[in-house]
Design a protein around this ligand. Structure first.
Ligand SMILES: NC(=O)c1ccc[n+]([C@@H]2O[C@H](COP(=O)([O-])OP(=O)(O)OC[C@H]3O[C@@H](n4cnc5c(N)ncnc54)[C@H](OP(=O)(O)O)[C@@H]3O)[C@@H](O)[C@H]2O)c1
Length: 335
């Protein structure tokens, strides 16, 4: 006979796992999948940060549907590895091209665009997916000296997109998909301190960032302002610009903030609430390919549906962020 304590010892973790599984199943009923499955042959998709996470899963789906994907990645070796993995699974999928792009360097962005322009006559869909989250106390900066979230997540994509507009115009109807996050609702744009000097100094004294990293949240708000401003500027040109929140997904995004033991402590939350990268990519693929939203622009999507942001967007802030970003790109240093 099995001793009763052994039964209890086994029953508790099993019940917890079953409960978490049921909770996940209940939550996932709202996690939409992109129903669109049309052939994408002849279309060129450019995805920043396609070597892992949501960008990788987005690329994989597009390749399965025969689209051509430019993997615009910081590390060309990782881009080639990602491509080799997809090719193994999908020997007959679309073409994949690895290219080096470091969004933390204006020179790298310019070199990248030059190579794209030489190699391709149009881009059908640009997916601004790459992103970083780094604790503020690490005080990381881009090559030009911008705070890392502001520099990579916002300014790098701002510059890249503007340099590629002619190529997107040649492919109309074309699309730009901007990966933001509902965390933009926690963001604030302080034009007197875009590089967060005050908050970085406080974080250094405290030895860490606040729970919701203000650098990241602000940059996701800037992504949303940029997408809205761009959608407005490009109205009636045949280029649609939309924003996506993929949801809370298990990816490498928090690699700088999360230690190994956090995974153990947070395992129940991760199991019950986190999407996989593939589940997170569904709305990105929807915004990049679904015919039902052709002509819709300046919208925020979550779970393949329009999402109404709780943030009160202000046209003056939108215009100011645009002009300040242009000025900073021109100056190539924080002013
Ligand atoms: N995961 C979530 O819960 C979540 C929620 C809301 C929004 N998002 C957004 O979804 C997007 C994708 O994130 P993810 O979760 O898939 O994260 P991830 O797995 O960490 O992927 C991020 C990608 O961005 C690339 N990247 C970082 N810095 C770069 C730079 N300077 N130049 C070029 N590429 C760079 C990374 O390249 P390396 O591999 O070389 O570092 C990686 O390929 C991000 O914009 C993020 O803000 C994610």
């Amino acid at each position: 006979m099995v001793p009763s304590t052994a039964v209890y010892v086994a029953a508790v973790p099993i019940s917890v796992i079953v409960a978490l599984g049921l909770l996940r199943k209940w939550r996932s009923r709202k996690w939409a999948t992109c129903a669109s499955n049309t052939c994408l042959r002849g279309k060129t998709f450019l995805i920043t940060g396609a070597n892992c996470g949501i960008g990788y899963e987005t690329a994989k789906t597009i390749v399965r549907r025969k689209g051509r994907v430019i993997f615009a990645c910081r590390d060309i070796v990782k881009a080639k590895e990602a491509i080799a993995n997809i090719r193994k699974e999908q020997p007959n999928g679309g073409e994949m091209i690895p290219m080096q792009l470091d969004l933390a360097s204006f020179e790298s962005i310019e070199n990248f665009v030059e190579v794209v322009k030489k190699g391709f006559n149009k881009i059908d869909v640009l997916i601004n997916n790459a992103g970083v989250v780094v604790p503020l106390n690490q005080d990381l900066k881009t090559k030009e000296g911008f705070e890392i979230h502001f520099g990579v997540n916002h300014l790098g994509h701002f510059y890249l997109t503007n340099l590629l507009l002619d190529h997107l115009k040649r492919a109309t109807p074309s699309r730009i998909v901007v990966l933001s996050s509902t965390l933009h609702e926690r963001g604030k744009i302080d034009f007197d301190d875009l590089n967060l000097r005050k908050q970085i100094e406080e974080a250094k004294k405290r030895g860490g960032s606040p729970r919701h990293n203000p650098g990241y949240c602000n940059s996701k708000l800037m992504n949303a302002y940029f997408a809205k401003g761009l959608a407005c500027n490009l109205r009636n040109t045949g280029i649609d610009v939309n924003m996506v929140c993929p949801g809370f997904c298990a990816t490498n995004l928090f690699r700088h903030s999360i230690k190994w033991y956090h995974y153990i402590l947070m395992a129940p939350i991760l199991i019950a609430f986190m999407k996989t990268a593939k589940q997170g990519s569904e709305t990105v693929v929807f915004c990049a390919t679904d015919h039902s939203i052709e002509g819709k622009t300046g919208k925020f999507y979550r779970d393949c549906e329009e999402y109404t942001s709780k943030h009160e967007f202000d046209k003056e802030v939108e215009a100011k962020l645009w002009s300040v970003s242009e000025e900073l790109v021109k100056a190539r240093k924080p002013l």
